[in-house]
Design a binder for this molecule. Structure first.
Ligand SMILES: [Cu+2]
Length: 611
């Protein structure tokens, strides 16, 4: 193999101006040219890139209050990773912080390579302070926008950034090439030390903190105290077309997003293109990403890009974060405009359920010759999984207590002390069990207004679901109103993208509802919003062997156990089997932040119990 340094080759699509702090990271890129490249088509080339991520505490002042927080390379959001479809990236993570961290490459399928997927105690143990770990991030079919974030406790509030996947060299977009690009990362800001607060809340079984503001590219914007001078600004030239790479790194809420005076066209979601959708706003869940085309065709001036929470919990719940975070889109040129930036009057209000559902229901795959769909039609594994709030019992200081929890099929996930992947790969027993149920233990009217208290108690366990290689899987997620706590759950699967073939209100009906499935052009995503008091049906082919996490991407639900793991077995050949582990994986020590570890219980005892 011949390796020729060609860092300039990757900069072809570099934007004229970028959002997000991307100037502080170290990047080098080499183009790997296979021997005999000159006779191969351009699509046969793939580049290898190297990034250094230095995790360290950085000082921030937001909302008139200062704190230090772990970041990557001192920037919030962190560095943007830019690749072409099919490239590979090695990210060397140095932990100069004071606690262990892992990083997940959200939406990157990582074929056969769960070793670099990142979720703590699922595919690896934390990278401890003073040590480093190199992730091998393997891109395959993804194209568009993805992102990366910490996947240990709530550190991802400060450790996140965008990934932009350009078309393969020599190919182009399924739309007119934009003149420029803007990365927009939505996030959550907490004035305090969020990990410390969450740890206390999990220990005591109480509710977790609300954010103090939402942020756009690290800033809350003009409507927040002590913030106006630092609002993120994006300059555009009149007449040009731009692509916005929108990422929701928000911790615990779905968000509406709109731009004053400008409609736009959504052309991609979760690293796959969709049928162009012209809209005046989007609803984006934590974990989701979108590619949005916008033309600078309005009067020269300033326009707010604004985001606010879509609160699916209840219209009468008052303690959510009501901040309207803003950035400013400003036209270049010589003009005098002293008026305030235009706020988008199309931004839906907090509890606008109809607008949220309406937007989601219009997403369709491109589904053409160049971008075909491959929806499984011979389902060999069917699962019906309830997603619930509830409680668990735990023993603390020899006293049995109950605390808030969430669950899938009434099982509330507990992290093992050695990661599931290593335990599976090395055939170690006692760390997990393979009895995650295909059905809820009890059937009742899941979406009733007054669900009985009898259904509140979940069991804790480290229960995984085993899948044979290439199995065709359908899962219907069912929202419940247990504890009168129904809300949207952005369900995220690692290692895969899946097709969203159906969704609806109320309880899923396995006779009538499948008749309305879209098997022609369903969206292919890695995160789907399970609607409040409703259901969503997804399909995928289990063609990526490994250990893959499924979880709600609201961090409080993840911490409370709305999580399970799929282990996809090897397919019998080297090409269908998990890769060899890298020469070094971070060693496992006991985590300090685990969900209510009963002081008397061993990890083996947790794994028992009835559903
Ligand atoms: Cu959830």
């Amino acid at each position: 193999m011949l390796i020729i340094a060609a860092s300039a080759a990757n900069r072809k699509h570099r934007p004229m101006r970028m959002g997000g702090g991307s100037s502080l990271f170290l990047e080098s890129a080499v183009l790997v040219v296979l021997l005999g490249c000159c006779i191969l088509p351009p699509s046969a080339r793939a580049a290898v890139h190297y990034y250094d991520f230095v995790l360290k505490e950085t000082n921030f002042t937001r909302l008139c209050s200062s704190k230090s927080m772990l970041t990557v390379n001192d920037s919030l959001p962190g560095p943007v990773i830019r690749v072409h479809k099919g490239d590979t990236v090695y990210v060397n993570v140095y932990n100069h912080g004071s606690y262990g961290v892992t990083i997940h490459w959200h939406g990157v399928k990582q074929p056969r390579n769960p070793w670099s997927d990142g979720p703590e105690y699922v595919t690896q143990c934390p990278i401890e302070p003073g040590s480093n770990f190199t992730y091998e991030v393997i891109f395959s079919k993804e194209e568009g926008t993805l992102w990366w974030h910490a996947h240990s406790d709530w550190t991802r509030a400060g450790v996140n950034g965008a990934i932009v996947v350009y078309p393969k060299e020599g190919t182009t977009y399924p739309f007119e090439e934009p003149d420029g690009e803007e990365v927009v990362v939505l996030g959550s800001w907490y004035k305090g030390d969020v990990n410390e607060e969450v740890e206390e809340d999990l220990e005591s079984g109480s509710d977790t903190p609300r954010s103090d503001a939402y942020i756009i590219n690290g800033q809350p914007g003009d409507f927040c105290e002590c913030s106006k001078d630092f609002t993120h600004r994006w300059s555009v030239d009149y007449g040009k077309k731009y692509i916005i790479r929108l990422v929701s790194a928000v911790m615990n809420a779905e968000m509406f997003f709109a731009i004053g005076g400008h409609n736009f066209t959504v052309v991609g979601m979760d690293g796959a293109y969709i049928k162009p959708l012209v809209t005046s706003f989007v609803m984006i869940a934590p974990g989701q990403t979108m590619d949005i085309l916008v033309t600078a065709n309005q009067s020269l001036g300033q326009y707010y890009m604004a985001t606010r929470q879509y609160d699916s919990v209840k219209p009468d719940v008052t303690d959510y974060d009501k901040v309207n975070a803003t950035a400013i889109l400003q036209y270049t040129g010589n003009y005098t405009d002293t008026s305030a930036p235009l706020f988008p009057d199309t931004l839906p209000i907090y509890y606008d359920y109809k607008s949220a559902i309406n937007f989601m229901s219009h997403i369709r795959s491109l589904a053409n010759e160049e971008y075909p769909v491959d929806v499984p039609r011979n389902i060999t594994t069917f699962m019906y999984i309830t997603a619930s709030m509830g409680e668990v019992e735990f023993v603390k200081n020899s006293t049995t207590k109950t605390g808030l929890a969430s669950s899938l099929n009434n099982v509330s996930w507990v992290n093992p002390s050695t990661d599931v992947l290593m335990a599976y790969y090395r055939n170690l027993s006692g760390y997990f069990t393979t009895d995650f149920p295909d059905w809820p233990g009890k059937f009742f009217n899941f979406t009733a207004d007054d669900v009985s208290d009898d259904y509140e108690l979940a069991v804790q366990g480290t229960r995984v679901k085993m899948l044979n290689y290439n199995e065709e899987v359908e899962i219907v997620f069912q929202g419940t109103n247990v504890m009168d706590a129904s809300e949207d759950h952005p369900m995220h699967l690692h290692g895969y993208a899946f097709y969203v073939v159906g969704a609806g209100y109320g309880n899923f009906d396995n006779e009538t509802d499948p008749k309305s499935y879209n098997l022609v052009d369903p969206p292919e995503v890695n995160t789907v919003s399970l609607p409040k008091k409703g259901w969503v049906a997804i399909r995928f082919r289990a063609s990526n062997p490994g250990v893959w996490l499924w979880h709600c991407h609201l961090d409080r639900h993840y911490s409370w156990g709305m999580t399970t793991v799929f282990i996809v077995k090897n397919g019998g050949t080297p090409e269908t089997s998990i890769k060899e582990p890298p020469p070094y994986m971070p060693p496992c020590k006991d985590s300090s932040l685990q969900l209510r570890k009963s002081d008397a219980a061993s990890s083996v005892e947790w794994n028992k119990g009835d559903v």
